[in-house]
Design a protein around this ligand. Structure first.
Ligand SMILES: *Cc1c(COP(=O)(O)O)cnc(C)c1O
Length: 397
């Protein structure tokens, strides 16, 4: 299968047809599996014979999803989890011990920071945060006890680009593992393993499903790190993916490349148009020539994705007036859906950090984030026009 192209793998990889000859992937709703004899049970348990034992460990529908995603990312091994956060937790629990140090991008998903700062530190893991686009900062942060680097690129919501290849080289010089959360690009737009990453994390909840239906995640990497270490934690602790959710993700993956292309094209078109609009102070989108890392993004990604952020006039008042004037986009913090969503990061996704931290991170009061969906781009533009008219009206008051 791996000799096929991405769109083919997304439809076909991982499927093992049963004796029933079904065309679509079946959902195996079973918690456990039976053995032909006592000797076979013993052989499965001592792992001398591979096979299913219990669905906290393995399940055929989940296995199909894992193999399909592994084929798309170009990984030897994949373990599915009950959520994206469970994937990050499992990676940390499996690979870190008390006294280890990690270096993390300062603009990763909010719950990732909460997981590290509230829980991992309780077990003696130390962390240094650095800007994702500052290679020198990654290099300077490494200590003798540094075990892993963690980053997301493009960052949320300001689209700072981390140079995966350069940061992988810095990590590997010092024997550090690089973990990339590839949620925003998916393998349809960015292949972190080809750029030197050791592990890839997914919140499948976002673009892998792409239709806002179920929560799930995955960890990918080599056989030792993922197939043995991370799988060992999942098997013991149980944050596994349900077979039904795996089946939904399989259906989502079939359209991944088409969807990512459509999200990217619409977001680029809207970003270019927004740059020319009155009431817009700045547009943050790596597909724009005005983005300071446009050349790097172009090299590293095969598309720029569906997340678009921009700063409107009149601060929070302007941003809230914009949101309240829209009629098509959903006001929600979720992203990666066929339905476009609009968020005010300063008072939602980034509300728990202090105003000073927000200032430093560039999350201004006038910043809006749109996850561009699959509606007709003309209708989205009309909705944004309604928002911009409301921003202008704030100024006229
Ligand atoms: C949503 C998200 C997560 C967490 O995933 P869940 O499925 O919600 O647990 C992790 N990383 C990024 C970049 C995300 O957007």
């Amino acid at each position: 299968m791996t000799e096929h192209h991405l769109a083919t793998l997304a439809v076909r990889a991982g499927q093992v047809r049963t004796h029933e000859g079904e065309h679509a992937e079946p959902i195996f709703t079973t918690s456990s599996y039976v053995f032909a004899s006592a000797a076979e049970a013993a052989a499965r348990f001592d792992e001398s014979v591979k096979g299913n034992i219990y669905s906290r460990f393995t399940n055929p529908t989940v296995r199909c999803f894992e193999e399909r995603l592994a084929a798309l990312e170009g990984a030897a091994s994949c373990v599915a989890t009950g959520s994206g956060m469970a994937a990050i937790l499992a990676t940390c629990m499996a690979l870190l011990k008390a006294g280890d140090h990690i270096v993390c991008s300062d603009s990763v998903f909010g719950s990732t920071i909460a997981l590290i700062n509230r829980y991992l530190v309780k077990f003696g893991v130390e962390v240094t945060y650095v800007r994702p686009d500052d290679n020198q900062a990654w290099r300077s942060a490494v200590r003798n006890d540094t075990r892993l680097f963690f980053l997301e690129t493009p960052s949320n919501p300001l689209a700072a680009i981390a140079d995966i290849r350069a940061i992988a080289d810095i990590a590997h010089e010092r024997g550090v593992l690089l973990v990339v959360d590839n949620c925003f690009c998916t393998p349809a737009l960015q292949k972190p393993f080809e750029l030197g990453a050791d592990l890839v994390i997914h919140s499948a909840t976002k673009y892998l499903d792409g239709q806002g239906r179920v929560v799930g995640g995955a960890v990918l990497g080599n056989e030792q790190l993922v197939g043995k270490d991370v799988f060992g934690f999942i098997r013991s602790a149980g944050p596994s993916m349900s077979p039904f959710n795996a089946w939904v993700f399989l259906k989502g993956l079939e359209t991944l490349q088409l969807r990512m292309r459509a999200h990217s094209e619409a977001a680029l078109q809207l970003a270019r148009w927004l740059e020319t609009q009155k009431g817009v102070r700045k547009v943050h989108y790596a597909g724009l020539e005005s983005h300071p890392q446009h050349a790097l993004a172009k090299r590293q990604q095969s598309g720029f994705g569906g997340i678009l952020a921009f700063d409107v006039e009149h601060g929070r008042q302007g941003a809230w007036a914009f949101i309240d004037a829209t009629r098509l986009m959903s006001i929600t913090a979720n992203l990666g859906d066929a339905k476009s969503t609009i968020t005010h990061p300063a008072t939602t996704t980034h509300s728990r950090i202090t105003p000073a931290e927000r200032e430093r991170a560039g999350i201004t009061e006038g910043l809006l984030r749109i996850s561009v969906g699959l509606e007709d781009v003309r209708d989205l533009q009309a909705d944004i026009e309604r928002g911009l008219a409301a921003v202008t009206a704030v100024g006229a008051r």
